[in-house]
Write a protein that binds this ligand. Structure first.
Ligand code: NAX
Length: 327
């Protein structure tokens, strides 16, 4: 049988953590033949550490055959030791009345510290996914704080936006969500993201051709996907957790095990493709194989798409300029 791999998860006692850990431990992320050791990080606060103990008790009580070990940590320097995968879920989301500068500063401190810790102690091949918001900029900060690790190993989660878009398109066309191919979401994980179905097919047919309604695209589809997080908060009184955890599983599984030629969306440091400046942590269409992702090249960007891409890019370069003094 395979040697266990180490999976670090931060914010492990939070609501996404609760929807995520059991699925990692059951083999849904890395395969039903891959044992895992969970290295869980929470803040040192007694309440958080106690909650983490409770989650660990429940993980134990599942008696998962693939769960080869569980560790509780309050310091990223121990939590990330030799880790092969790191899911950075814990962050400080924007609170009521919180200034942008304050949000960037508190998260800057968290992701500089975690980036440095990954740099110091993680596996040299660690695959990092940042879920905690602002996800793209937090991933950028961690990447810049880990100069000894390959920049390409740092990614941000756009997959929830991708899955939300796929589900809206399946509902609109009355087709199966699993038949959708060649969909992507460009840019920032924020309402400025640009979900782009111009190239998408469903059961081999053009989605754009099937829908044939540009007004629906601009006035219904894009705002619905962009504001889905807010709609869930309004309905549930809590932010999306199970769907976020599911997207994190999808992102890591496809990165580690391959997408079999299918396009998926990942937030990755730009290599300059499509005019996105190098290192900007940007949602791109990628295919994955042998643990590596490749940007889908050669797509035509029409005037409306360019406008949308420019807008989400501007938001990201502003965020990244706002943290430049910290790095
Ligand atoms: P919760 O508040 O339920 O849990 C977060 C947990 O992280 C808490 O237990 C907290 O103690 C812990 N934490 C905070 N700082 C930490 C640190 N420095 N080290 C370790 N642990 C730390 O939030 P939850 O609903 O789980 O959401 C987590 C993050 O995901 C939030 O920032 C949220 O905005 C973000 N989201 C990102 C999404 C995406 O698509 N990229 C979608 C869902 C979600 O909104």
């Amino acid at each position: 049988s395979k040697k266990p791999v180490r999976v670090a998860v931060t914010g492990a006692a939070g609501q996404i953590g609760y929807a995520l850990l059991f699925r990692i431990a059951s083999g849904e992320m890395l395969g039903k033949d891959q044992p895992v050791i969970l290295q869980l990080l929470e803040i040192p606060d007694e309440k958080a550490q106690n909650a983490l103990k409770g989650v660990i008790m429940e993980l134990e009580d599942c008696a998962f055959p693939l769960l080869a070990g569980i560790e509780a940590h309050s310091d990223p320097m121990t939590a990330f030791k030799d880790t092969d995968y790191a899911l950075l879920v814990g962050s400080r989301p924007r609170g009521p009345g919180m200034e942008r500068a304050e949000l960037l500063a508190v998260n800057g401190a968290i992701f500089i510290g975690q980036g440095k810790a990954l740099n110091a102690v993680a596996s040299r091949n660690v695959k990092v996914l940042v879920v905690g918001n602002p996800a793209n900029t937090n991933a950028y900060i961690a990447m810049k704080s880990a100069p000894d690790l390959p920049a390409k190993n740092f990614t941000a989660m756009l997959r929830l936006d991708h899955n939300r878009a796929a589900s809206q398109l399946a509902a609109k066309t009355g087709m199966a969500v699993s038949d959708i191919e060649k969909l992507t979401v460009w840019g920032n994980h924020s309402p400025t993201m640009y979900a782009d179905y111009r190239f998408a097919t469903i059961g081999g047919e053009s989605v754009k051709g099937l829908i044939n309604d540009e007004t629906w695209n601009r006035e219904t589809f894009l705002p619905t996907v962009g504001k889905r997080g807010a709609a869930i908060i309004a309905a549930r009184g809590l932010s999306s957790a199970a769907s976020a955890a599911n997207a994190a599983i999808d992102h890591m599984r496809d990165w580690a095990l391959g997408s079999n030629g299918k396009w998926v969306t990942m937030g990755i440091p730009s290599d300059g493709s499509y005019g996105i400046p190098k290192d900007v942590m940007f949602g791109f269409p990628v295919t994955t194989e042998n643990g590596e992702y490749k940007i889908v090249q050669g797509l035509d960007i029409d005037a409306f798409s360019q406008e949308c891409i420019n807008k989400t890019l501007k938001e990201l370069t502003d965020e990244q300029a706002g943290v430049a003094h910290l790095l």
